[in-house]
Design a protein around this ligand. Sequence first.
Ligand code: CP
Ligand code: NVA
Length: 297
Amino acid sequence: MARHFLTLGELQADEAHAIVQRAIKLKHEHDLSYRPLVGRTLAMIFAKSSTRTRVSFEVGMAKLGGHALMLTTAQTQLGREEAVADTAKVLSRMCDAIMIRNDSQADQEELARHSRVPVINGLSERHHPCQLLADMQTWFEHAGDPAGKTAAWIGDGNNVCTSWIEAARLFGFKLRISTPAPYRPTTGDLALGGDAASLVESPAAAATGADVIVTDCWTSMGREAEQAQRIRALTPFQVNAALMQRAQPKALFMHCLPAHRGEETTADVIDGPQSVVWDEAENRLWAQMALLEFLLL
Ligand code: CP
Ligand code: NVA
């Protein structure tokens, strides 16, 4: 049976560490003569917009000698209600892996159940596991092993937050989550972190002494109708210079991007010296190349 990657938490801790260490090695040592995926194709299904996920998977497949196929929902029969299960059966007869970005973790699980080849979650409404491989790579590169350290998630308790909760358990750091009550992760999602993740009411308390401050947009794709009320509720949770000053002097600022300067963070923070967001973005490429090796070789 194919191995899938639908959530970060389905990896064992040693597997997650191995993928991240392999990503760091690939970044420094990859050369274009290394082409283990010649003749292999990744189908990429996008029901939502993407810059980083699309480009990093397509470039990553090319660097490994393979090929990626961009499939929007609208341009395929999925957009005309062909069953997810039937789509999985057809794509997995012709392709070697499937990446999907949509608004339904349940449909991703259905796709995986009917696929002969690995299915990768390129973001759902509940998880963004590929992002966390890149984020953990970035943390290792800038500040060493996250184990025993503390990160503060400030803002919307969204899909990326849930993958951070799973990362805290796998990589052995504490995650303090500060979000307005309506936008907290569910109790079930919080429990995915075991005792590594906890809710902290005030953003100032969550940030105090933290080694990493991380946030994301306040209005995720598909939640646009709630934008005005989200801005009202989340404004006290902005990551600005005053909040950064509560963290460790060398704390990293992380954000999966795309960012909205003046909302979840200020320009001086995201464009400032503690920000590692461009490395996070680049590391999507190396981390997913390591993931493709893990799933396909
Ligand atoms: N961080 C991230 O997944 O970016 P894209 O939406 O551009 O893929
Ligand atoms: N939480 C954001 C992440 C985008 C990469 C969203 O789901 O839109």
